[in-house]
Design a protein around this ligand. Structure first.
Ligand code: NDP
Length: 249
């Protein structure tokens, strides 16, 4: 992927951990200048800051909650301040939540839907004036949006909503030369998975080995490569698509 995104300015939401972190580093290694955000300060943010500095370039990490309009405006202003046009927007921020539907509160519904779906609208709405011919938007959805899964009605609704949102936008944004796509990860091994006990990991592995053709979880880098491709000019004739990155579920 080296050089694939050379000179391109890209916003990535939720870049401090997990898949987002992998995407930020992957895009930076592909030559992009990345502006990313997170909510919670910590050593993990400082580590990422150092890693990006080592890669070189004008990358920026901003504390901004994507569910807050003023924070989104600050994030987009940061991208504008780089002085370069915005080539790409990756809406990755999301919260994973497991609640039986009978116990689902309006607050939890809103927390999940606001972060995955409403924030995609907020960020793109504010960033669009910076984007022009050849720009590309990628939303990180989820394979479960089409499979369906218990305890995740709110989460799957938000992720399925992203697909409809992006498909409609293809009709409005194609005349402006802007492409919009979804990357739908399956089971991706992030820091969260590392918190599982050895017994839990084994139970998960056995369960998912039956449904993942490749017999393993994915890595953030696998998602990052798919995102980099869709952002790049190599995907110039691809829009309105959902690319599953799931090892063959
Ligand atoms: P993590 O919880 O590991 O990381 C989420 C990232 O998003 C963190 O950097 C977090 O920052 C940030 N974030 C969350 N809420 C906000 C917010 N309101 N404003 C700004 N930043 C925010 O999640 P994953 O890496 O596992 O998931 C990333 C995306 O991929 C999500 O959209 C998720 O739904 C999707 N996905 C994940 C899968 C998986 O197997 N892991 C499978 C399919 C889809 P902070 O820590 O500061 O809150």
């Amino acid at each position: 992927m080296t050089g694939l995104l050379a000179g391109k300015n890209v916003i990535v939401t939720g870049g401090s951990r997990g898949i987002g972190r992998g995407v930020v580093l992957g895009l930076a290694r592909a030559g992009a200048t990345v502006v990313t955000c997170y909510r919670t300060e910590g050593e993990h943010v400082e580590t990422l800051r150092r890693e990006l500095k080592d890669l070189g370039g004008d990358h920026r990490l901003v504390r901004a909650d994507v569910t807050e309009v003023a924070d989104v405006e600050r994030l987009v202003a940061e991208a504008r301040d780089t002085g370069r046009p915005l080539h790409g927007l990756v809406h990755n921020a999301g919260v994973i939540s497991h609640v039986p539907f009978a116990d689902l509160t309006p607050q939890e519904w809103h927390r999940v839907v606001d972060t995955s779906l409403t924030a995609a609208f907020l960020v793109l709405n504010k960033a669009l004036p910076l984007m022009g011919e050849g720009s590309s938007v990628v939303a990180v959805g989820s394979r479960v949006a089409t499979v369906g899964i218990p305890l995740r009605a709110h989460y799957t609704a938000a992720k399925a909503g992203l697909v409809g949102f992006m498909r409609s936008l293809t009709k409005e944004l194609s005349p402006r030369g802007i492409r919009v796509n979804v990357v739908a990860p399956g089971m991706i091994e992030t820091e969260e998975a590392e918190k599982l006990s050895p017994e839990q990991r084994q139970a998960y592995a056995q369960r998912y080995a039956q449904i993942i053709a490749m017999g393993r979880f994915g890595r953030p880098e696998d998602v990052a490569d798919a995102v980099a491709f869709l952002l790049s000019d190599r995907a110039a004739y691809i829009t309105g698509e959902t690319l599953n990155v799931d090892g063959g579920i």
